[in-house]
Design a protein around this ligand. Structure first.
Ligand SMILES: Nc1ncnc2c1ncn2[C@@H]1O[C@H](COP(=O)(O)OP(=O)(O)OP(=O)(O)O)[C@@H](O)[C@H]1O
Length: 420
């Protein structure tokens, strides 16, 4: 969704942000340091050497795992936080919807906060008078406008804060994840407003965990990991980087879980006295080593719709895979949205015992995917359905058609006059 972009409105250069975190000392440390402070300080770098320049008229998504520094970067752009080193330069009026609580005074009413907030954003009382009804109308909380905001629910709070932010005629709108606390109709309303902002050529920086939203709304996405900017490109490119980071986190989680279970089993075997939790699910030790799309037995990357295909998933079992294990595959769109998936259990096909390497073919009599590029994943799960390993982006598949249809499915639609 390329929109025309103009001059740079946000320039972040070499920005790092350090927080000093205070930690409670352990009991042992307290005894050793008897009489002295119960806390010690530690430096924490929430942002490290971030460079980012945003052109006017673009919509940029900031994405990344929890704690990666997205909100800190947004607050630094919004001038709410000062960088420890580096510089942030911005042009134009900036309105921000940051964390809950920012910008509103709890003891003031909604009405008073609208005026306070608007004045912080540079509007005179007269200008705010002009926007006031539209703000309250958009927020949908007129009934509570003269109540102190400390009595607001989080959703009511966000409604009013977003309403103010979009009515002060900002050139740059910064939106943090807080929108997610609004109910669905309000979120929809916000997204409509964000889209109309885009059409008006305003600049938007959006922190979100809604990855489909990034692909849908943003022109560009930036991935943060441990405070560093690790990817900056089209939403599809950035999402690929983030998803592979999530895969790695997931694999580490599974490994930690397996180690913990092995430790518990060893302790139980050694002493018998250690209380072990009920035996967790038997998770097979296996990985998906390859996913291929085959046409007539040969690997293909580009196909025409309607072709008979097979998706070959290869499994490597370091321990025998026995019993009710599950093998699956699926297609994702270029932005990572799941399009289709199935597995041996859903298909009602029992799998044999596997030791070492084995390959299985999911046969597709005719491919009904629409024109576009897809990725294919393979996955393996234990008897309870808990996933053991997933090979994301195992294969790429491009469906080339005659451009008669758009979307993920191929329906081969015709058109005839209706008979009365
Ligand atoms: N005022 C603060 N004092 C100390 N540490 C902070 C402060 N603000 C943020 N942090 C820390 O900085 C790191 C980055 O926080 P930030 O809120 O920017 O992450 P995020 O990517 O927005 O996370 P999430 O997806 O969970 O919202 C976190 O480890 C957080 O604990």
């Amino acid at each position: 969704m390329a929109r025309s972009s103009g001059p740079t409105v946000v320039q972040v250069e070499g920005v790092s942000k350090r927080f000093v975190i205070r930690k409670e000392k352990s009991l042992k440390e307290r005894v050793v340091n008897f009489g002295r402070s119960q806390r010690h300080k530690e430096d924490f770098w929430a942002l490290r050497d971030v460079d980012l320049s945003i052109e006017s008229g673009t919509t940029v998504g900031l994405i990344g795992p929890n704690g990666s520094g997205k909100s800190t970067l947004l607050k630094t752009i919004g001038g709410i936080l000062q960088p420890t080193s580096g510089t942030v330069r911005t042009r134009g009026r900036m309105a921000a919807l940051l964390e809950l609580g920012a910008g509103f005074h709890p003891d003031l009413t909604g009405r008073e906060n609208v005026y306070l907030n608007a004045s912080i954003l540079g509007l005179s009382t007269k200008q705010t008078d002009r926007y006031f009804d539209a703000i309250v109308d958009f927020s949908g909380i007129e009934q509570f406008i003269d109540t102190q905001v400390k009595f607001y629910s989080s959703g009511m709070y966000v409604r009013l804060a977003f309403a103010v932010a979009v009515h002060v005629d900002p050139d740059v709108l910064l939106v943090d994840e807080v929108l997610a606390v609004g109910d669905e109709p309000f979120q929809r309303k916000c997204m409509d407003r964000i889209r109309s902002f885009q059409h008006e050529g305003r600049t938007i920086v959006l922190v979100t965990h809604g990855l489909d939203q990034v692909a849908d709304v943003c022109d560009r996405a930036v991935v943060l990991e441990h405070g560093r900017l690790v990817a900056d490109g089209t939403p599809a490119e950035a999402l690929r980087v983030l998803r592979s980071e999530f895969d790695q986190m997931r694999a580490e989680d599974i490994e930690r879980d397996q180690e913990r279970r092995a430790r518990q089993e060893a302790e139980a075997a050694a002493g018998g006295a250690v209380a072990t939790p009920a035996p967790a699910e038997e998770r097979p030790k296996a990985t998906i080593s390859a996913v291929e799309v085959l046409d007539g037995g040969s690997p293909v990357g580009v196909v025409a719709p309607g072709r008979p295909l097979a998706v070959r998933v290869t499994v490597d079992a370091t321990e025998p895979l026995t019993g009710d294990w599950i093998l699956g595959f699926g297609f994702e769109s270029g932005s990572g949205q799941g399009i289709y998936g199935t597995n041996s259990r859903l298909l009602g096909v029992p799998l044999p015992t596997v030791v070492g390497r084995a390959a299985f073919d999911f046969t597709i009599p005719a491919l009904h995917l629409g024109e576009g590029s897809y990725t294919v994943h393979g996955a393996i799960a234990g008897p309870t359905g808990a996933e053991v390993h997933r090979l994301r982006d195992g294969a790429q598949l491009t469906v080339q058609a005659d451009s008669r249809e758009v979307g993920f499915v191929r329906l081969d639609v015709g058109l005839v006059p209706a008979t009365a």
